[in-house]
Ligand binder design. Structure first.
Ligand code: FEO
Length: 172
């Protein structure tokens, strides 16, 4: 069964959203580094890599089904935030938005009885549970810490422990 034109268009749009996510997290990484949050900046760099992995997973799927990936312009991400908490709150909100989009593609796949795409989306649905949990847990911790210098120092150090993933290892 060939992918429907609507499904190819929808996944192409999602590829753009995943690249935009990468862009947004890289912008957050640079902001955090400029604010001397080196650990949090590293966390965001890992997140950037993960998003490239997500985009490439959809890319490989579209190409693997004999269709053409059409790359569109990536919009400019936000570049300033108010605090470390503001960054992670923003990341959490963004992940909630991405979850909505993934669920929307799953709805379309169900409508079209497109089981192959649904199987791919199952991976993304699980991934989104993790993405939301990771960002909201960090935002919650930051709310507890408030503006205490010690607390911010400790959490920055902890965030810096996140291991690097590569686009090819992501999603395997
Ligand atoms: Fe690709 Fe963070 O969702």
């Amino acid at each position: 069964m060939k992918l429907s034109t609507k499904m190819v268009d929808t996944i192409n749009k999602q590829i753009n959203e995943e690249f935009y996510s990468a862009y947004l997290y890289l912008s957050m990484a640079s902001y955090l580094e400029s604010q001397k949050y080196k650990g949090a900046a590293k966390w965001m760099e890992v997140q950037y890599q993960e998003e490239i992995g997500h985009a490439m997973k959809f890319y490989a799927y579209v190409n693997g089904r004999g269709e053409h990936v059409v790359l569109k312009e990536i919009k400019e991400p936000q570049k300033e935030w108010k605090s470390l908490l503001d960054v992670f709150d923003g990341a959490y909100k963004h992940e909630q938005y991405i979850t909505k989009l993934i669920n929307g593609i799953a709805d379309l796949a169900m409508e079209e009885k497109d089981h192959a795409t649904l199987a791919l989306l199952q991976w993304f649905i699980n991934e989104q549970v993790e993405e939301e949990a990771n960002t909201s847990e960090i935002a919650d911790k930051l709310k507890l810490i408030g503006n205490t210098k010690n607390g911010l120092y400790m959490i920055d150090r902890e965030l810096g422990q996140r291991g690097m993933t590569t686009p090819t290892s992501e999603g395997e």
